[in-house]
Design a protein around this ligand. Structure first.
Ligand code: PLP
Length: 348
């Protein structure tokens, strides 16, 4: 018998997208924002003093909870902060799932979910999306303790409307967690469901729309009873003082956020059109990436040839995705470089 619990031995571990050591590459593989965070973030960081670092941070990051509550039209008691949205996913899995309490989600989706379930040793119910990434009806009937819907979904970029998720929430006996990590680039969000249902949690990330993947900050919004329960499971000081200062400055700068997300959305349309012109099949995306299916050339080959040119996109060697490339929307310059490289590769 090994040192680890059996389920830990079995889990493969999450494989994060490749982080190239060099800066002079076109990096479109991990859905970061191509633009820096608000200049107010750097100012706030410069004001972090030694005294702030000497002390433990506020255990619940109340300054952030208050501001995020105001922006989202809820109360501070409806919010829990986390060291990235990923940490909150882990907390949710530990709170709601065990050997007798399964997690369910439609696939393909964010590849961290099964890893967290494996660590928690809970049963996983994976239900394939219907054609066109439509929510499968069976999802309402799994009996799972936790159902996760990534919305917009990764890696498809597809979006399920609020009405459909409301009817799912009303049918489920367990908790519905809507992972809105990419919602900053979508036309709508589902925050309103928190007021209407006692079993809905909305998850948000500061890594995408706010360009803060480097500091690790996310938050979840939900009914007070659920948030209080999640609070018991988190580490005492799960978000540090430096991250709170950065996240606060970023979320408060609404105008900068609006400008950046609009730029990404505009560029997403241009990138989608250019890829379609090259013969890729690209469904409409509501996120800061697109999923491009290659009809004429193997996606894995295109991926390798892009790497030779120092261009990184994401390739998943899994059923349903291995003929596709997930491409983060970059700056106009980065996307132009990608498109010219693809032109070259496809004409070889
Ligand atoms: C669907 C989804 N949820 C959550 C996260 C995690 O976000 P964070 O960087 O805030 O941990 C990611 C990160 O890529 C993601 O793709």
């Amino acid at each position: 018998m090994g040192y680890f619990r059996e389920n830990i031995e079995k889990v493969k571990g999450y494989e994060p997208g490749f982080q190239p050591g060099r800066a002079d590459v076109v990096k479109l593989n991990t859905n970061e924002n191509p633009y820096p965070p608000s200049p107010k973030v750097l100012k706030a960081l410069a004001q972090v003093n030694a005294e702030r670092l000497r002390r433990y941070p506020d255990p619940q990051a109340d300054v952030f909870r208050n501001t995020a509550a105001e922006i989202n039209g809820v109360s501070a008691e409806n919010i829990i902060c986390g060291n990235g949205a990923d940490e909150l996913l882990g907390i949710a899995m530990r709170s709601f799932c065990d050997e007798k309490r399964p997690v369910a989600y439609p696939v393909p989706t964010y590849s961290l979910y099964p890893v967290l379930a494996g660590l928690q040793d809970c049963q996983v119910i994976e239900i394939p999306f219907d054609e066109g990434f439509k929510l499968p009806a069976k999802l309402a009937k799994t009996g799972a303790s936790l159902t996760i819907i990534c919305n917009p979904n990764a890696p498809s970029g597809s979006f399920t409307g609020t009405d459909e998720l409301a009817s799912l929430a009303s049918e489920l006996s367990g908790v519905l967690l809507i992972d809105e990590a990419y919602v900053d680039f979508a036309d709508e969000n589902c925050i309103g469901l928190v007021k209407d249902f006692d079993n809905v949690i909305i998850l948000r990330s500061m890594s995408k729309g706010y360009g803060l993947a480097g500091i690790r900050f996310g938050y979840a919004v939900g009914p007070t009873d659920l948030i209080n329960g999640l609070m018991k499971v988190k580490d005492s000081y799960n978000v540090d003082a430096v991250s709170v200062a950065a996240a606060m400055a970023a979320i408060k700068d609404r105008e900068y956020f609006r400008q950046v997300t609009e730029k990404v959305k505009k560029e997403r349309t241009k990138l989608t059109d250019s890829l379609r012109q090259l013969g890729f099949e690209v469904p409409k995306s509501q996120a800061n990436f697109v999923l491009a299916a290659s009809k004429n050339c193997k996606a894995s080959q295109i991926y390798d040839k892009l790497v030779e040119r120092n261009i990184y996109v994401r390739y998943f060697d899994t059923p349903g995705l291995n003929d596709k490339l997930r491409i983060t929307v970059g700056t106009s310059e980065q996307d132009d470089k990608l498109i010219s490289a693809l032109k070259e590769i496809l004409s070889e």
